[in-house]
Design a protein. Structure first.
Lengths: 271, 358
């Protein structure tokens, strides 16, 4: 075997090992979700007759589909608002240097703190605003940390779009806003798309804020999944099925947007 | 088409004065070049006319209309940027049509104008491409096409040729001139390249540190520079400057060498004598109206093909002269030679103010 061939085999071997490490937990969960209940506590049993009891339970007898919808609604609205507002804010930072360099970093200030520091004040605010257990409450809470991230992320993208493009548009008869909308925005769309997906996932996966701010019919998926940990014990099989339900949409979505993600996260517009 | 007038225009960025009290009238249909070294305020002046920067003081008129406070979109000017600023997300066709769409022209008219401009510039085959698939010269044409379809009052060019290679630059230069002859639209063109300025402009405005040094035809700028800056900036190789004293028709160099010039009606005293390398001749080959011959020593000969640039020492001063290849054979480095100046083409400057004396 040539040196080059050996090299390739080694690399692929390593990648394969890494893949096993990454994929194994998912595989184990899938297995657990189809195990009969008397084998749930026996993780070393690999061969059994699969049953769909857990899935039937989760999909048709629990309220999980409702919580799935909640997560979709919250994540969707958060993404749309954060990309919409974030791109305007980022444009302003990039083009007018709003607030100077300190402001660019100040917008991330809240990220420097662990969420638990903020959650009490957010809870109290939501309580007084009567936004507990509402979509609006959890959306605002998510925006409080996602919007600054999106803004910060998009500043870099706008910085890479030459100013002359918008100046050209303005000389050509467009207003500043039209120049932003027709020239600036289309040239950061890879970044904006990546940001949108990325932060949809962040909202989708959030457990902490959701646990404290949602409840009853507005629960989101992560909270619902944790809910299989009941006073009777952990419903391991149902939980595994619910986790897979929570993962599938995100994995599927990232499969379709991965091109944008790589392009977006890898360095902006090619000019 | 329109006349462009700048009245006492000043632009400050914080403490930096980029444009300082500039007053300028650009005639309708002229091709005016703003020329100067980088940081001289020429691009800022152009951006002020476009409306991309706001004036700190002064007023700007285009076609008799006060546009000082108008948005760029309301000034009816077209601009070509140094990097062409083509919209990467649009095809060539849509790039050219972009401004017409802003003006909400009917689709048939847009189509006709885009194709007409493309034909004029020879880019009809490229209309469906994206900007990044084009070469530098093609991108340049698209940028020009985008400017001309709008039929603006004024064209503004910001160093449009500086990203092209030397050969293409000369070709595009000719095309720009041809275009201007045909469209006769007032054109303001910024460059730091004197050759471009001389060949393109019917008027050249030389700027330095935000101020206008001289406004004139290329001939005037070259032959009658108003001050030592313009004299040194224009012309290649650069004009020779000799410090000395002028008295009773004789210019005495610091080292004591005397040059019999005897022609100027200028105040006597200290002066700087400027003479272009092209106006220094080997004795016996000079023009009829020449200075007395001087002894000099040949330092370095740089051969350029049809001519050579020869550095000579005149006492302690050094100067450069251009010698045709037929004569350069008679010279040898380290050997003496005799030179004369063309007396009609000598420039005297005041060493304190730098202003022209003769």
């Amino acid at each position: 075997m040539t040196r080059k061939g050996l090299h390739a085999v080694m690399i692929h071997g390593l990648l394969f090992l890494a893949l096993i490490v990454v994929v194994f937990p998912y595989f184990w969960m899938l297995l657990t979700s189809i195990k009969p209940y008397w084998l749930i506590t026996a993780p070393n049993v690999w061969i059994f007759r699969p049953v769909l009891d857990n899935w039937r339970e989760v999909l048709f007898e629990s309220k999980l589909p409702l919580y799935l919808l909640n997560s979709l609604i919250v994540g969707g609205i958060v993404s749309v608002i954060s990309v919409g507002v974030g791109s305007l804010a980022a444009y302003s930072f990039s083009r007018f240097n709003t607030g100077g360099t300190p402001a660019r970093f100040a917008i991330l200030a809240a990220q420097m703190l662990p969420p638990v520091v903020l959650v009490i004040s957010i809870f109290l605010m939501m309580y007084h605003l009567r936004l507990l257990k509402t979509y609006a409450g959890i959306i605002v809470a998510h925006l409080s940390f996602i919007l600054p991230l999106v803004t910060w992320f998009l500043i870099g993208f706008f910085d890479e779009v030459p100013r002359e493009l918008e100046e050209q548009a303005m000389v050509d008869g467009y207003t500043r806003f039209q120049a932003f909308y027709k020239v600036g925005l289309p040239n950061v769309r890879a970044g904006a798309a990546a940001a949108g997906c990325f932060w949809f996932v962040l909202s989708w996966n959030d457990f902490f804020y959701a646990l404290i701010l949602t409840g009853g019919p507005t629960k989101t998926l992560p909270v619902a999944v944790a809910g299989f940990w009941t006073f009777r014990g952990i419903e391991m099989g149902q939980m595994a099925a619910a986790i897979i339900v929570a993962i599938v949409p995100v994995v599927t979505a990232s499969f379709f947007v991965q091109k944008h993600l790589v392009k977006g996260l890898g360095g902006g517009v090619k000019y | 088409m329109a006349e462009v007038v700048l009245e006492h225009v000043t632009k400050r960025f914080g403490d930096v004065v980029a444009v300082k009290d500039v007053s300028l009238t650009i005639a309708d249909g002229s091709f005016t070049v703003l020329l100067g070294p980088s940081g001289c305020g020429k691009t800022t002046t152009l951006r002020l006319i476009a409306g991309l920067e706001e004036v700190t003081a002064g007023r700007i008129f285009i076609g008799g209309r006060d546009v000082t406070r108008l948005e760029p979109k309301d000034r009816n000017v077209a601009m070509v940027f140094q990097n062409y600023a083509l919209y990467p997300h649009l095809k060539v066709y849509d790039n050219i049509a972009f401004g017409l769409k802003a003006a909400k022209r009917p689709r048939s008219e847009i189509d006709r104008k885009v194709r007409e401009a493309a034909r004029l510039l020879g880019i009809e085959d490229l209309l469906n491409r994206r900007p990044r698939q084009l070469s530098g010269g093609q991108q340049q044409r698209v940028a020009i096409g985008r400017a001309i379809v709008r039929n603006p009052n004024v064209f503004l060019f910001d160093e449009p040729l500086s990203n092209l290679d030397a050969k293409l630059r000369i070709q595009m230069r000719t095309e720009l001139l041809r275009l201007h002859r045909r469209l006769k639209t007032t054109t303001i063109y910024v460059t730091h390249d004197q050759e471009e300025a001389m060949t393109l402009g019917d008027t050249v405005v030389v700027m330095k540190e935000g101020e206008i040094m001289q406004i004139g035809t290329p001939w005037e700028i070259y032959n009658r520079p108003r001050n030592i800056f313009v004299a040194g900036f224009i012309g290649s190789p650069e004009m020779n400057f000799l410090h000395g004293t002028y008295q009773r028709g004789v210019f005495t160099l610091k080292c004591g060498v005397e040059l019999g010039l005897g022609l100027f009606e200028v105040p006597e005293g200290e002066a700087i004598l400027g003479v272009r390398p092209d106006d220094v001749y080997l004795a016996g080959h000079g023009p009829p109206d020449r200075s007395d011959p001087l002894s000099a020593v040949v330092d370095v000969i740089e051969f350029l093909g049809s001519r050579a640039i020869v550095s000579i020492s005149l006492g302690e001063d050094r100067l450069r002269m251009v010698v045709s290849d037929a004569l350069v054979g008679s010279l040898e480095e380290g050997k003496e030679c005799r030179v004369v100046f063309d007396r009609r083409k000598l420039h005297l400057f005041d060493p304190r103010t730098g202003e022209r004396l003769n």
